[in-house]
Design a protein around this ligand. Structure first.
Ligand SMILES: Nc1ncnc2c1ncn2[C@@H]1O[C@H](COP(=O)(O)OP(=O)(O)OP(=O)(O)O)[C@@H](O)[C@H]1O
Ligand SMILES: [Mg+2]
Length: 288
């Protein structure tokens, strides 16, 4: 390839990347959720550009998981607008939102404990397979082809998540850190464009969380992913996120780069008030 052609190709690729990154994949306006008299989330606005990696932090009970439950259809918003990939997904059931390309993990790991590691990942492919019940019953070609493809892609994900040697074991027998990785692998099987991670390194030791950080960075590039992650391990958030949104009492109290968040007086006050150390001071619940 000549130099000129190489430069032109590189330029057009970066142009595409720029376009892709400018695309607003998630737009949330004035989202609110009340449980009886409790306003768990109010006035929540968020815009994510394709490819961004954003952290959602805040003291216990701030409303972080509630935001995830609203975005993914597990809770119906009391009010507000959620647009994902250009579609109004407000009030849609979780499986429809997954079909649009949003997948998540849970704060309290939700795996099928008695099923094998491999089958847990296969379940994640479920909505992408497009054969009918009759095909499955008669084991027609569409079903067989699809099963073969799912088996192959499951194998690739298990390799990527270093779980291949555990494929035949029941999920509940895995150590905690591996269960967390398996949950992310299953979420990836849904083929997401936006991945929501609720406390992905909770219960992991330093070396496990460092490995997971490297893996998330890799996933982001290889799968063109946008990520929103909740985490109490402030060091992890500061190291991996480009932008951080801070919730307290259901409302956004700050938003900005890791450096801006560390020195924001409202954030420091929220963390000190909750009995935790400050974000800049090494982390609230950093050992969780
Ligand atoms: N299904 C529910 N019914 C009633 N109240 C709820 C429900 N879900 C959440 N809440 C309340 O909403 C508030 C926000 O909870 P949420 O779980 O979103 O906080 P969080 O920021 O994720 O906290 P943590 O860091 O402890 O996980 C809390 O007061 C919680 O008790
Ligand atoms: Mg939570």
């Amino acid at each position: 390839m000549g130099d000129k052609q190489a430069v032109e190709e590189a330029e057009s690729t970066s142009g595409r990347d720029r376009l892709k990154r400018d695309f607003e994949i998630l737009s949330v306006e004035k989202l609110a959720k009340s449980f009886g008299g409790l306003r768990a989330v109010s006035d929540f606005d968020l815009e994510l550009k394709a490819g961004e990696l954003v952290g959602l932090i805040g003291p216990n009970g701030a409303g972080k998981t509630t935001v995830f439950n609203l975005l993914t259809g597990f809770y119906k918003p009391t009010s507000g607008v959620i647009r994902f990939a250009g579609y109004d997904v407000h009030g849609m059931p979780p499986h429809r939102i997954t079909e649009y390309g949003m997948a998540r993990t849970f704060q309290n790991i939700r795996l099928f404990g008695d099923m094998t590691v491999e089958d847990n990942v296969k379940v994640g492919f479920h909505h992408r397979t497009c054969y009918g019940i009759a095909d499955a019953l008669l084991r027609r070609r569409a079903f067989r082809d699809s099963e073969a493809e799912v088996a192959q892609k499951t194998g690739e994900l298990l390799d990527l998540f270093s779980l291949a040697d555990k494929r035949g074991e029941p999920a509940r027998s895995l150590p905690y850190g591996e269960q967390r990785r398996l949950e992310i692998a299953r979420a990836m099987a849904a083929g997401p464009r936006l991945l929501l991670l609720d406390e992905p390194v909770a219960g992991m030791n330093r070396s496990e969380s460092r490995d997971l950080m490297a893996l998330l960075r890799r996933l982001r590039v290889e799968f063109d992913l946008t990520m929103l992650l909740i985490e109490h391990d402030i060091k992890f958030v500061m190291d991996i996120c480009e932008r951080i949104v801070v919730l307290d009492g259901g409302e956004i109290i700050a938003s900005g780069s890791p450096a801006e968040i560390c020195s924001n007086p409202a954030v420091i006050e929220a963390y000190l008030g909750s009995g935790g150390s400050t974000p800049g001071g090494g982390g609230m619940n950093a050992s969780r």
